[in-house]
Design a protein around this ligand. Structure first.
Ligand code: UN1
Length: 513
């Protein structure tokens, strides 16, 4: 079982973790199937996780709906006060939360703490936002009339998250939802339930500390696809925000769409960086290694394709290989480690399969790709990050393999590089390294990168929470986190008010009775 973590010990019975936390109460349904939890660090058993069924998910939705009815009338700045308290508790427990992320998702401590920091950041953003949920006042065409719009709470929000950001992605959604007056039903990845249980415990304490906050504001249901499907199908859930694979997103979108609900999707990425002849290679090199090999290639923003000007490749590639060969891959608990393990055996097999396919389709493995046996815990899947030279967007390159494989290709003209950047089904993140303003601007303009994120002289990953996060095409089109993403969590009403003594009709229509 988990080490005791100050303030965030998740509920547990013996070594069994609950299938849900509903209205703040841990639920251990009798006869529920269980899943054995293993740490990706070393395969060590972490206990047994009970799995919820669709009926338990429906109960969570019902309780979330009841909580919403009360929460929606609490003034938004008071809702912000709850999020302020949550943020304070997260600050106090940052290390402990990061340790659970390392244990369960395999992140190195610096990145695990960075993930918790994203939660703290979005808390602060949301607290400020709680006094800025404003609409417009619009000029009316009618005399003595005023037209305005308001943003009002939407309802219970379903949040489905992935293993690779077991805390931050839920936090982006939940912190905004809470200030917007919504309740949340969270279905975390079944691979990282302990993070979710710890987080939910901490949030439950903040909720309990505030009279106006109903216990049912934050519901947690741990389960498999049938639980996600139940939430997606539930008409009481006006918005389902889902992060994960394109396959999962298509299912969620179809189910939610069939009942004309709203979905907010943040799915696969296939992120590229263009390295131009004027690029500062010292900066580019560091950006590439962090973005491509960091988090063992398991971010949706991970750099997967490097599009290098043909004149630059002879200098860049050897430097990159050298950096890759000296990368400290291993147990994240060992100081100095920069790359931890893959999440599980299936992930390792998918990586091997992609490397085999790349070779068959005409790629050349430049370095890496093998499982590491020495100086790492035997039960973990530690791999040497791989670089593969390819002639272009091969079939395998068009597919997102959630592992550290960097495909490298060359270009001659910028238009060709932009076409390669855009020539995959996904559209999340992208970057260009150049000292030429014209190239940078072209990359960001209408005929440039088609992604939701287009960076200049930084990598594809590691976005700040202040911007809207998400992408186009198969990435799903949703925007989460900063900017005006909050609008997705509210309903807009348009109000026209007549303060005159007549009843003029719009469009000049006469209808005298
Ligand atoms: C994800 O991988 O699902 O931009 C989210 C980044 C992080 C979030 C990644 N801020 O890499």
């Amino acid at each position: 079982t988990l080490p005791v973590l100050a303030g965030v010990q998740p509920p547990v019975r013996g070594s069994t973790y609950p299938a849900a936390i509903i209205d703040g109460e841990a639920r251990f349904p009798e006869g529920a199937p269980a899943r054995a939890l293993k740490s990706p660090l070393d395969g060590a058993p972490l206990g047994s996780q009970l799995l919820a069924d669709p009926a338990l998910a429906a109960e969570a939705v019902e309780r979330a709906q009841a909580a919403f009815m009360a929460w929606r009338t609490v003034p938004a700045p008071r809702r912000g006060e709850l999020v302020r308290r949550i943020g304070e508790a997260v600050r106090q427990n940052k290390r402990e939360l990061a340790r659970i992320i390392t244990l369960e998702a395999g992140k190195i401590p610096a990145e695990a703490e960075g993930e918790v920091q994203e939660w703290i950041d979005i808390c602060e953003f949301a607290v400020g936002l709680s006094r800025q949920l404003h609409g417009l006042t619009i000029a009316s065409e009618r005399p003595d009339h005023r037209m305005m719009e308001q943003w009002l709470p939407l309802g219970p929000v379903g949040v489905i998250t992935a293993f690779n950001f077991p805390v931050a992605v839920w936090a982006w959604n939940a912190m905004l939802a809470f200030v917007c007056g919504d309740s949340v039903i969270w279905k975390p990845s079944e691979k990282t339930p302990l993070c979710a249980l710890a987080v939910q415990t901490l949030v439950g304490q903040a909720i309990a500390s505030m009279d106006e906050a109903p216990a049912g504001l934050s519901q947690l249901v741990v389960g498999l696809a049938d639980v996600g499907e139940a939430i997606a199908a539930d008409t009481r859930v006006p918005l389902v925000s889902a992060t994960g694979s394109v396959r999962m997103g298509k299912r969620v979108a179809a189910t939610v769409g069939a009942r004309l609900g709203r979905s907010l999707l943040e799915l696969g990425g296939n992120n590229a960086m263009i390295v131009t002849p004027t690029a500062r290679l010292d900066l580019a090199l560091r950006a590439i290694v962090f973005a491509a090999a960091g988090t063992a290639g398991q971010r949706c923003t991970t750099l997967r394709r490097l599009i290098v000007h043909e004149s630059v490749l002879p200098e860049l590639l050897p430097k990159l290989v050298k950096a890759y060969e000296s990368l400290p891959v291993g147990d994240p608990r060992v100081p100095g480690t920069l790359v931890g393990p893959l999440i599980d055996a299936a992930s390792f097999e998918a990586m091997q399969l992609a490397l085999d396919d790349a070779k068959i389709q005409g790629g050349r493995i430049v370095c890496g790709g093998r499982r590491i046996a020495d100086n790492v815990p035997a039960g973990g899947f530690y791999v040497q990050p791989a670089i593969v030279e390819v002639p272009g967007n091969l079939k395998v390159v068009c597919h997102e393999t959630f592992a550290p494989i960097l495909y490298v290709m060359t270009y001659r003209e910028l238009d060709e590089a932009i076409a390669l950047n855009n020539g995959v089904p996904q559209g999340l993140s992208s970057a260009i390294f150049t000292e030429r303003m014209q190239e940078a601007e072209r990359f960001m303009a209408a005929a440039g990168s088609d992604c939701g994120i287009a960076n200049v002289n930084i990598g594809t990953s590691g976005a700040e929470i202040g911007g809207a996060f998400g992408g186009e095409k198969e990435t799903g089109g949703g925007r989460e986190s900063g900017s005006d993403s909050w609008k997705a969590y509210m309903r807009r009403t348009t109000n026209t008010i007549n303060y005159g003594d007549a009843l003029p009709l719009a469009q000049g229509i006469r209808f005298d009775v």
